[in-house]
Design a binder for this molecule. Structure first.
Ligand SMILES: *[C@@H]1O[C@H](CO)[C@@H](O)[C@H](O)[C@H]1NC(C)=O
Ligand SMILES: *[C@@H]1O[C@H](CO)[C@@H](O)[C@H](O)[C@H]1NC(C)=O
Ligand SMILES: [Zn+2]
Length: 304
């Protein structure tokens, strides 16, 4: 009997050390997975000092006149894109022809994928919060700096990854192009399944760069394990709209790898640990010279 118990506890310990990471919402139903408070035990970077997401306190952000608008490249191109349920979220893979530059980033960046963070029925689920307010949903577009070919290569560069974040606001009118996204989520309800969205244009779901002068910038991390601290974060002021009907549909489509409904897929906000959040200043940015903009990113990093 004692031997059996010993054997069982060994199995339990083994399952802990190789446990899958999960969100807080899953932890209550599956107590062997590793919830956000324990990610760092398996993924050390998750316990680092430059973690994301954060709460942005608007009274404490620093105005920075050297944060210019972005240049989006290929955002209006029509592509067939693959959508995949990755067990914790669904990834929408973008072709490498979708790129960006500007925004005081040190180089050109290629898009890799975008995905959403959402809550549950009636519960908000953005990752970033503004003055403590959580928004209904958040879009992340992940970009990798050229010439890196993967996240693994980019993670050794403090600005190897550029993440663009859009917060959603609940509206009465539908977002005109989100239904394509929602029906694709419905086709990838189980872990590992995938589908294609034909004739997709990124510009159908986000505004053109000329309407995106105002944003917050800080240095942080990926918000899922391994929490790589290599991300230049941009959180736009401009919100995207989603109707209550669409939001309700989004949260009902997918399942986690455990088979549970995929809801409340956001990491809790992380301490700033001395970091500064910058805010672009449209009026000043428009009158400054381009070469000045490009030289500023290293300065921004010095404050870390
Ligand atoms: C998308 O897929 C359709 C059907 O397979 C094909 O006819 C079309 O050429 C593809 N478009 C692009 C941009 O690859
Ligand atoms: C989820 O799917 C991925 C492949 O996409 C696979 O590697 C993984 O083992 C799956 N997880 C479970 C628990 O089925
Ligand atoms: Zn994300």
């Amino acid at each position: 009997m004692a031997q059996v118990l010993q054997h069982l506890s060994l199995l339990y310990l083994l399952s802990l050390s190789t446990a899958q990471w999960c969100y807080q919402s899953q932890y209550s139903c599956d107590d062997t997975c590793r919830d956000p408070l324990h990610w760092a035990a398996q993924f050390p970077s998750c316990g680092g000092l430059r973690q994301s997401p954060i709460n942005i306190v608007t009274s404490k952000v620093h105005m920075n006149t050297a944060l210019p608008p972005f240049d989006f490249i290929g955002h209006t191109d029509v592509n067939n894109i693959t959508v995949e349920n990755r067990g914790h979220s669904a990834h929408f893979h973008l072709p490498q022809s979708v790129r960006l530059t500007g925004g005081a980033l040190p180089g050109h960046y290629r898009a890799a994928q975008f995905h959403f963070h959402w809550g549950g029925s009636g519960r908000p689920g953005s990752e970033h919060t503004i003055d403590g307010d959580r928004f209904p949903m958040e879009l992340h577009i992940v970009h990798i700096k050229e010439p890196y070919g993967s996240l693994a290569e980019a993670e050794h560069d403090l600005a190897g990854i550029a993440l663009l974040a859009f917060l959603f606001e609940e509206t009465t009118d539908d977002h005109p192009h989100l239904d394509t996204v929602i029906s694709a989520l419905g086709r990838v309800s189980t872990n590992g399944s995938s589908t294609v969205i034909q004739n997709f244009r990124l510009s159908d779901i986000i505004p053109p760069s000329k309407e995106l002068h105002n944003y917050y910038r800080y240095v942080g991390s990926m918000t899922t394990p391994g929490c790589e601290q290599a991300v230049a974060w941009t959180v736009f002021h401009r919100t995207l709209s989603i109707s209550s009907r669409q939001l309700d549909a989004v949260v009902k489509q997918c399942k986690f790898w455990t088979g549970q409904p995929m809801t409340d897929i956001f990491r809790p906000t992380q301490p700033l640990d001395g970091r500064v959040v910058y805010r672009s200043n449209t009026a000043a940015a428009l009158s400054s010279a381009r070469h000045v903009w490009l030289s500023v990113f290293p300065l921004v990093l010095m404050y870390v």
